[in-house]
Design a protein around this ligand. Structure first.
Ligand code: ADP
Ligand code: MG
Length: 462
């Protein structure tokens, strides 16, 4: 069969996964280490050879100047778009970057564009799949956040191409999650997909009817996720260390990474335990230790997780729905393993969230379902149709710097439209293209994306 060679990929900010349809159900393909999740970390070893995933993690601590993580934040963005990111993440950009130039990240003494770094992760996933199949894999469906603009989507496709993958389709992450859910449940209704990962939060409201998946509203925050929890705990630890031990480690990248490792371990432990211990070995045989109870942890993170409430309410408003009209809330993203987050989702949608699907894997599994549909389908996926929408309006810039919208946001894709324009001046022989339009659009959008409207007139079926 040829269809099993199209893989589904979740190219995540924190973790990436590759999956495929085995018989009638999607499965994740593990890496050489036996783990399904490949951390989205890339490093250059002593011989300038790339190291990807869990083995790249130790470089974050030992030689942080040779490692990079969360590169998805830089995809399709210009120097001026990423200032906020630069304050929060230890990205080292190439020294000679000019405004408007393609971003390049320094790893050791080499530089890479964000799609080149993402391609290294994709190539690793491709290799894992090839090892599993014992043959070449050259086609993929890759998921992207619903809010990704055109430049960010294009950068993701570029990454696929660099990795030697033909990207058959980009699918919005929450849509992919609902596909996996739909396969599991096969029920009609309205579902809310609540995705809290490492770096981003997405909420999508979808309608499932007779195998058709229709996104009716999306919202979220591009700067919200488990990273915020980690950063908060790191700040507290650094303050503790400064106060109690008279040591200022804020500018010590190695120490900060060691603290990061410890707080993440404690955070994960607190999802299943009542308390956890921070334990960091510092230079000179000194040690920072602190016990954190789940109650303290929940109090600390409350303001962070509360930031998901606004986007959820907005999405429900845009969809014209009340919580009681939502039939199911599906949890996606590693951070939804936090009991307090689950409690919040329960309160928001007034029902116990659906947690049968592994929140770390559900997006990749859905991508595999979509890959299977594109490859000709199977018994499990026949009659499934994915209707996705464009999260942003698309148009062209006309005289006076005004964008004439041709396809309105929330239009079902694929969509096509034709519009005739005249030249502005008599005898005009050419028109100017605006190469930086997408980056300007990204700047305007800042971290929050505009709420989606759900009016039926703005959507048309293609
Ligand atoms: P992304 O979509 O950004 O790649 P994931 O869905 O893989 O992210 O989620 C990664 C985030 O989930 C990280 O911040 C990680 O620390 C967090 N996480 C994973 N497992 C747990 C857990 N058991 N408890 C709390 N947080 C977790
Ligand atoms: Mg994710």
């Amino acid at each position: 069969m040829t269809t099993d060679r199209i893989v589904g990929i979740d190219l995540g900010t924190t973790n990436s996964l590759v999956a495929f349809m085995q018989g009638e159900s999607p499965v994740v393909i593990p890496g050489e280490d036996g783990l399904n999740l490949v951390p989205s970390v890339v490093a250059l070893d002593e011989n300038n050879q790339p190291v990807i995933g869990s083995s790249a993690r130790r470089y974050l601590i030992e030689t942080p100047e040779r490692a990079v993580y969360s590169v998805k934040r830089l995809m399709g963005r210009g120097v001026e778009d990423v200032q906020e990111e630069l304050k929060l993440f230890p990205f080292r950009l190439a020294d000679d970057l000019q405004p408007g130039e393609v971003l390049r990240i320094k790893l050791g003494d080499k530089t890479f564009t964000p799609p080149e770094i993402s391609a290294l992760i994709l190539r690793q996933l491709k290799r894992n799949a090839e090892r599993h199949f014992g043959g070449p894999v050259s086609k993929a469906v890759i998921t992207v956040p619903a809010y990704f603009n055109d430049a960010q989507r294009q950068a993701t496709k570029d990454a696929g191409r660099i990795a030697g993958l033909e990207v058959l389709r980009l699918v919005n992450e929450p849509t992919a999650a609902s596909l996996a859910y739909g396969l599991d449940q096969k029920q009609n209704g309205i579902i809310a997909v609540y995705d809290l990962g490492g770096g981003t939060f997405d909420i999508s409201i979808l309608k499932l009817h007779d195998g058709i998946f229709e996104v009716i509203a999306t919202n979220g925050d591009t700067h919200l996720g488990g990273d915020d929890i980690d950063n908060l705990l790191i700040t507290i630890a650094l303050d503790d260390i400064r106060g109690d031990m008279n040591l200022d480690l804020r500018r010590n990248a190695e120490a900060v990474q060691a603290i990061r490792k410890s707080v993440i371990e404690a955070k994960i432990a607190l999802s299943s335990q009542a308390s956890a211990k921070l334990d960091v070995e510092l230079r000179g045989g000194r040690r920072y230790q602190r016990e954190v109870t789940r109650e303290q942890f929940e109090q600390l993170i409350q303001p962070i997780i509360d930031r998901t409430v606004g986007p959820c309410k907005q999405a429900m408003k845009d969809a014209g729905l009340k919580p009681e009209q939502i039939d199911e809330a599906v949890l996606v993203g590693g951070s939804t393993r936090i009991p307090k987050v689950r409690a919040l989702v329960k309160e928001l949608f007034q029902r116990e969230p659906h947690s049968d699907l592994n929140p770390d894997e559900v997006v990749a599994l859905g991508a595999a379902v979509q890959a299977n549909i594109l490859g000709g389908g199977s018994v499990a996926t026949e009659n499934m149709l994915l209707l996705d929408v464009t999260p942003l309006s698309l148009g062209i810039e006309v005289a006076g710097g005004v964008t004439d919208k041709i396809i309105l946001r929330n239009s079902t894709i694929p969509a096509s439209a034709t519009q005739f324009y005249t030249t502005q001046i008599d005898g005009q022989a050419n028109v100017a293209m605006c190469p930086r339009a997408s980056s300007a659009a990204a700047r305007k959008r800042k971290s929050k994306y505009s709420p989606a409207t759900a009016s039926p007139t703005s959507r048309s079926r293609a």
